[in-house]
Design a binder for this molecule. Sequence first.
Ligand code: MTE
Length: 318
Amino acid sequence: MVLIKTKKEIPSSEITPEAVYLSRRKFIGQSSAVVAAGALAQSSLALPESWIEDQGYEPGEDIDEDITPEKHATNYNNFFEFGTDKKDPAKHAHQMTVDPWSVEIKGLVEKPGELPLEDLLKDIDLEERIYRLRCVEAWSMVIPWIGFPVKTVLDKVKPQSGAKYVKFTTLLRESEMPGTKSRFSSIEYPYVEGLRLDEANHPLAIFAIGMYGKVLPNQNGAPFRLVVPWKYGFKSIKSIVQIELTRRQPRTTWNLSAPHEYGFYANVNPEVDHPRWSQATERRLPQGLFARSIETKMFNGYDEVASLYEGLNLKRNF
Ligand code: MTE
């Protein structure tokens, strides 16, 4: 089974963690395919380096695409809390304290409260998901995440019958997040996002706590982020500290900043252009000497979500 395919033009030196990564996968695949995360509570760290390896995870389904080399996925980021340059998150996100970490569950739920990450992850089976990530800026990557369905958390906290949406909020800690202090920021903080409850319950929607076989680096949203592969990347909110079940559609960061450019749904859609650029194609990163432009697919190629939007005008609800 070929788990990682690399483009010929990428020198193998750029993909160094791969050998390690493959052997780890093999090891994990052979031993305990899925191990519950129960032992986690004994640790004093929120998510120690070796945590994922210790827990084990179910290897992801192979997809017929080249996985983006780890070095690119962890050095070309959008995490405006640390600055707007793509290199800023890798430069500054180490300042963010991710241990201890807890997530507040509030709103229309049977079990509200402040959940330490260890408790949130208790008895959760980890899986790898190799997903395309399509940014609204028309670039894309293929990333092997490690996490679990959003639904497993929602089932634990039990949404009440009136709950129709899920709102997510990122940590806001100005002393550790230089981007949040800029007077010229185009967005407001904390970063907030939302999904319809049925979208959040879709099996493809996951919370990630790792990537490339390891715990998430801070710049990718440690220790706990959302990944919704059929939507533009800005929906995949990082470093989540609050989950709220609501009756009304929550306001979301980019929609608040530029409502005519970024909608609530933000489903990847090659037929609905951004007012300032086409969404029909995307640049698959990393880009070598020759630009690799590929056609963007409806729902980023995840057709299984189409039934969520039956009867909805996707041009109007962009
Ligand atoms: N979450 C927070 N809190 N702040 C951000 O600026 N950027 C979003 C999303 N989540 C962002 C965020 C955007 S625009 C994208 S494309 C993805 O994160 C990028 O995720 P990655 O850096 O892990 O590739």
